[in-house]
Write a protein that binds this ligand. Structure first.
Ligand SMILES: *[C@@H]1O[C@H](CO)[C@@H](O)[C@H](O)[C@H]1NC(C)=O
Length: 150
């Protein structure tokens, strides 16, 4: 590796550390378990941390920068929050933006805002049924493998 390549490498690492909130992040399963436990997800709306980890696994594969088209709107970030109802992406007509936030904020490595909005969604639905990833893959299943060893 040449010196300039090495230098560029250091520079990129430095920028990554210097600009928190701008980088994407792929959570490890146990990192996510710990973060969710720390934010009171166990028992929230009658569901477990394992339910949420399973949800995130199937919605975004733990990747904060995930975006997916959902017909006329889009789903953003680790919880795949939708631009029709919850956030504003500037290209979804009639967005309600109920979480009062730009959808791009759901793609960075800071998931505090994602968590606040996901809790609002779950609270209003009184459960996790708004997430097809959870309904189709997690609901009613033995989810112990999602939290095992964490
Ligand atoms: C769930 O799965 C785990 C591991 O596969 C097993 O040890 C446990 O007994 C199961 N729990 C229930 C309620 O079936």
């Amino acid at each position: 590796m040449g010196k300039s390549v090495l230098f560029t490498g250091f520079l990129l690492v430095f920028l990554g550390l210097a600009l928190p909130g701008t980088q994407a992040k792929v959570f490890s399963r146990c990192d996510l378990v710990k973060t969710l436990r720390g934010h009171g997800f166990e028992g929230f709306v009658g569901k477990t941390v394992a339910d949420w980890v399973c949800l995130v696994k199937h919605e975004s594969s733990y990747n904060t920068k995930a975006v997916n088209n959902n017909g006329p709107s889009r789903d953003y970030g680790i919880f795949q929050i939708n631009s029709k109802y919850w956030c504003e992406d500037g290209k979804t007509s009639g967005s309600k933006n109920a979480c009062h936030i730009s959808c791009s904020k759901f793609q960075d490595d800071n998931i505090e805002d994602d968590i606040q909005c996901a809790k609002k969604i779950a609270r209003e639905a009184n459960g996790l049924t708004p997430w097809y990833g959870w309904r189709d893959n997690c609901k009613g299943k033995n989810l112990s493998s999602y939290v095992n060893g964490c």
